[in-house]
Design a protein. Sequence first.
Length: 220
Amino acid sequence: MATAISTWNILPTFHALGAAVLLILVHSAEAQTILSTIDYSPQQVSTSGSTVAIRMDKSGGARVRTSKQYSYGTFSANIKCPAGDISGFVPAFYTSSLEGSGNQDEIDVEFLGKNKGAIQTNYYVNGQGGREQMISLGFDCSSAFHKYTIQWTSSSIKWFVDDKLVRTATNDGSSPYPTKPSYLYASIWDASSVNGGAWAGTATYANAPYSFQLQGISAS
């Protein structure tokens, strides 16, 4: 587990529910243990200073994954959602033991495109979710960068927005709780087909290409 912050690394990865453009930017003292492998479409990811822009359009996206998993930790990012009509898209910042496995442990911060004024928090244990909770932001997530944090310990999961605690899930021993070592992910994907568009809306791509921006993502 990293105890200090020293080296920037770009680490994109894949979200299983659709074509996605994905990225992780980890600021870690253990840079030598974190690898970056881009499977395809590296042109969809660009950087400028400390900002990483993840492009989303009809052509698809990029796919990468971290090699390092974290057994608990604090994960933060300054995030700005894409501008324009992003109905149907779900930009996300989350941990998962392994996307697409079907039995993953996962902790989510998700922006549902049809409502840019809220986030959906959720967590999965052995592939089972159903713990969604919507959090009103009080601002448009595409208007400026804001800090989002997941703090995961053996006793609780805490979600923060701009360092303000917005949700706590406590491990009281009576309910399933995520314990599997997990990768850190960020993604944007088209969720138009989920519940017939009722969840995140239906994508029109009217303002494509879209840019999901992240700054100073950290894992410790």
